[in-house]
Design a protein around this ligand. Structure first.
Ligand code: UTP
Length: 292
C-alpha cells in the first residue's frame, strides 16, 4: 500500500566516480564546487526546499569528507565572526540546521540498487525520495517537489525522465510506456543502459525518484544486473508489476555533475546566475568562443 508523506530523502554518494578521475581519486565528486558551493549542497538544498526533514547520505570509505562538510567548525566560525564575516559564518551551518543529516555506509560499491538498500532501516515503512549525489537540477519548483506532487496525486512511485538523443540512451536507464498526461508516462518497461535496438524509447531516467518501501523487499533478493551491479532499474522493473511506476518529465535544467562536461556546464550555468561573476564570465566566454 502506497501512502503517507515523503519525509526522508536518500542521497546515494558512495560511487567510485571513475568518470572524473584523477580529480576524484581522493576528493569525492560530491564535494567538487559548482561556483562556490559543493555539488552536495545543491542537492541538500533541494531536499529542504521540497519539504523533506531528513537526508540520509550513503557514503563509503574514503568519502568521509562529505559528512565533515556538514559538521560545525566552531573555530572557523569564531574566526569569521571576529573578522565581521557574519553572513559567511551563518552559511557554513545553514543546511545542517535546516534539516537532519544522517549517514550510512555502503561497504562495497555494488551498485545504486544496493546503495539505496543500505538505507532501508533508516527509511522504515514510508515513502521516500532518492536524489543522486551527482545530479543537479535547477528549476523554479524543486525537482523532488515536482515528483512528490505527482506521487501524491496518483499514489504511485515516480521517477524523473528526460528526453535524450537515441544515440545517448545506452548511458541511462530507459523507460517506455503510455502518456497519461502531457508530462507523465505510465511506465510499462524500464531497462538499464539498453542498446539503441533494445531501448523502448529515448526517455532517460535521471537522478530523482519517489519510491515506496516495497522497493527494499525487491532489492533484498535482487541478483546483480548490468555490469555485475545491483541495479535500481531492475528493482523498478519489478515494482511496475506490484505498484505501477510513473515517469515525470521534470520542468527545469539538469546537470550530471559527475561527468566532466556536465560539471563544466553546471559551473557556467550557475556562474551566469551569479551577479558578481556574470558580466566578466560572459565577456570571457565570448572571447573564448571567438578564438576557438
Ligand atoms: P554513477 O553511475 O554516477 O556511478 O552512480 P559512480 O561510480 O559514482 O561514477 P562513475 O560512473 O564511476 O564515474 C550514480 C549515483 O549512485 C551512487 C553514486 O555515488 C551516484 O550518486 N552510487 C553508485 C552509490 O552510492 N553506490 C554504488 O555502488 C554506485
Amino acid at each position: 500500500m502506497v501512502s503517507g508523506k515523503v519525509k526522508k530523502a536518500v542521497i546515494p554518494a558512495a560511487g567510485l566516480g571513475t568518470r572524473f578521475l584523477p580529480a576524484t581519486k581522493s576528493v569525492p565528486k560530491e564535494l567538487l564546487p559548482i561556483v562556490d558551493r559543493p555539488t552536495i549542497e545543491h542537492i541538500v538544498d533541494e531536499v529542504h526546499q521540497s519539504g523533506i526533514e531528513t537526508a540520509i547520505i550513503i557514503s563509503r570509505r574514503g568519502k568521509s569528507a562529505i559528512l565533515d562538510h556538514f559538521e560545525r567548525d566552531v573555530d572557523l566560525e569564531n574566526k569569521l565572526k571576529k573578522e565581521g564575516k557574519f553572513e559567511l559564518a551563518r552559511r557554513l551551518n545553514e543546511q545542517s540546521e535546516l534539516i537532519t543529516i544522517v549517514s550510512v555506509r555502503q561497504s562495497v560499491p555494488l551498485g545504486l540498487g544496493q546503495a539505496v538498500y543500505t538505507a532501508r532501516s533508516l527509511v522504515g515503512d514510508e515513502p521516500f525520495a532518492v536524489l543522486l549525489g551527482d545530479d543537479i537540477f535547477d528549476s523554479s519548483l524543486p525537482a523532488t517537489l515536482q515528483l512528490i506532487q505527482v506521487f501524491e496525486k496518483f499514489q504511485k512511485p515516480v521517477v524523473a525522465l528526460m528526453t535524450v538523443e537515441s544515440s545517448d540512451i545506452s548511458k541511462f536507464g530507459c523507460a517506455g510506456g503510455e502518456f497519461i498526461e502531457e508530462n507523465i508516462l505510465e511506465i510499462n518497461s524500464i531497462i538499464e543502459k539498453p542498446s539503441v535496438e533494445e531501448a523502448p524509447s529515448n526517455f532517460a531516467v535521471v537522478g530523482r525518484y519517489v519510491l515506496t518501501p516495497t522497493v527494499f523487499e525487491i532489492l533484498k533478493d535482487l541478483p546483480p544486473g548490468k555490469g555485475g551491479e545491483i541495479q535500481l532499474t531492475d528493482a523498478l522493473a519489478k515494482l511496475i508489476e506490484q505498484e505501477g511506476l510513473l515517469g515525470y518529465f521534470v520542468d527545469g535544467y539538469r546537470f550530471d555533475a559527475g561527468d566532466q562536461l556536465g560539471f563544466l556546464m553546471a559551473n557556467i550555468h550557475f556562474g551566469l546566475k551569479n551577479e558578481k561573476l556574470k558580466d566578466r564570465l560572459i565577456a570571457f566566454l565570448k572571447d573564448e568562443i571567438k578564438s576557438s
